[in-house]
Design a protein around this ligand. Sequence first.
Ligand code: ZN
Length: 311
Amino acid sequence: MTDEMPEHLEADKSRLLDSIDSRHEGLDIEQVNYFLGSYGLKPRESVIFYDEDIDQLKEVLPEDRSFQTFLDDARGRRCGAYFPRYQTSLLRRPREYEATNGPVVTEGFLVHELSHSTSELASYKITDLGDEIGISVPRCGQNVSGEGKSWGNFFEEGFAEMMRAEYVKTFQGEAERVKLLTRLGKPSESTLDASIPSSYRDLTYYIPLKYAYITPDNNNVQISVTTMAGMGLELICKKEPRLWNALISARKEMSGLREVPKIINGLKSGLYTDLRALGYSREDFSDGYKKIVDSLFDGKLSLNDQGDINI
Ligand SMILES: [Zn+2]
């Protein structure tokens, strides 16, 4: 294991960063970095691209299959990813979502990806495979992967989503905030902590509006695949506020990484282990959310008059 990025990956990273001019126009990137920095977090580099940049980006790393697949999937879709190998986030800039939500929606998606990049405990594992050398990055924040499996998605995605929601709540423009609230029939003086009931499978969820955005056709309110992990982790933090500090400290200190399971298992024995085993899908994150509500909130959360979560 080494903390240093291998030289040839450094070269790949430089080519990636130089390949296109990151599409920053109209975005407040300084504010995004300031926001993460205010928690003592150090975001790494990113490339923000439009659909028309995809072909050019694909030429940079033709051998990297996961990079190629990401770019193929990104075309025309709301999409972002952090690549620990290159310590770089990639984000497709969704013009269509900005039209209805303002630039804060893109800045929020960037905060999510950059939050993954704040893991300072990421080391390179070098494996001699005979003909070639295999290089992997087993840990990214709360997420650990190896031999085709991965653990801790719920915590890593939940952390990034909580940061995104907090950013949106703090920096959402007044006009966009009123538009979202009006669209949902909420009083315009409500904050983005107000929530709306929503259902998925046979469960009802209360989604704080800081996690929500309006779809491009302006008719629907949407959340991300990972949002339920964010909502679930936020609920545990409400139950035990020490968890938030441990999650922040876990980005750079081993002691923080050890503290997270202690705190969660301290609330309910085995809860950390159950959540850690969950995979990366809306079903998994929904299962995790339900487990938290069942084990820490007697199976229910109620809404008060303002539509805020009342626990
Ligand atoms: Zn993520």
